[in-house]
Design a protein around this ligand. Sequence first.
Ligand SMILES: NC(=O)c1ccc[n+]([C@@H]2O[C@H](COP(=O)([O-])OP(=O)(O)OC[C@H]3O[C@@H](n4cnc5c(N)ncnc54)[C@H](OP(=O)(O)O)[C@@H]3O)[C@@H](O)[C@H]2O)c1
Length: 292
Amino acid sequence: MPALGFGTLLQDRAATLGATANALKAGFRHFDCAERYRNEKEVGDALRQAQAAGLVTRADLFMTTKLWNTNHRPERVAPAFEASLVRLGLDYLDLYLAHTPFSFTPGDNQDPRDECGNIIYDYDVTLNDTWKAMEDLVDRGRCAAIGLGDVNLEKLTSVYEAAKIKPAVIQVEAHPYLPETELLEYCKDRGIILLAFAPLGHGIKPGPLQDPVIQKVGAQVGKTPAQVLLAWAIQRGTALLTTPGSAAHARDNFDLAPLPQDAMDAINAIETRQRLNTVVETGVPGFIPRGG
Ligand SMILES: NC(=O)c1ccc[n+]([C@@H]2O[C@H](COP(=O)([O-])OP(=O)(O)OC[C@H]3O[C@@H](n4cnc5c(N)ncnc54)[C@H](OP(=O)(O)O)[C@@H]3O)[C@@H](O)[C@H]2O)c1
């Protein structure tokens, strides 16, 4: 799996086509998708255009998508997986993730709510039940690897210990304000890849991009704050997902260089702590793409 991944959580379907094409041109070959993002078809269109132009082949690409919370019941897993593949225009996946550990009431409504506006959870299915159905996809050769999104250490341990096929990847928020050190150590010890989302802190201001330590390191090494944050993430042993909206940001985010050890030490010593995305607590996305 290329450590540097492009995330396709984009605010509308038109933006998806442009940003995905820019990412492909900049050199990104790892693409993170999700049925919940409601733009798998547009990501697939951009990939097909790049393939038709001779820029990439399927074998060059590392493709991930995610099972949404309303499809956790075992009998819904394979149909959801196959529907994602059709939208993406692929015939296999490199990685399939359970998007979050939370099960919502099954059905076509991805955001089922009661009359008070509260999410309706499905307590009749466990994450281990869902995981077994995902293992079956690997056994049948439909995807190469499976993993989990938005898990804490307790939820990861519970699946890891019961699993026949161990999680290959977990996708969680991680940046210098949320280094997830304990989770990362657990993963490294077991050969699980920690795939960091929001490595630029979702671009939120103030946030890691404006942090004085990051700015100072950038000035020292002649790189932008974004390039410093992404290099730090890779150098500490995580993979990452970034979502540059423009061609210039896509080129910058792909143009990384190693940081000197004193810069790594300075970033590791940042004491600010901030979780930016509450999806790990509720299963409800931080933002929902338009048209969703
Ligand atoms: N599992 C989950 O629950 C979950 C949750 C959230 C995200 N994700 C995944 O993770 C991916 C990445 O998350 P993210 O959107 O938070 O990524 P991110 O890269 O941390 O943040 C994106 C923001 O950073 C800005 N940015 C990107 N490159 C920049 C640069 N070189 N200089 C300055 N600003 C820059 C972007 O602005 P511009 O548009 O101006 O470039 C955008 O506002 C998502 O697309 C999705 O695939 C997963």
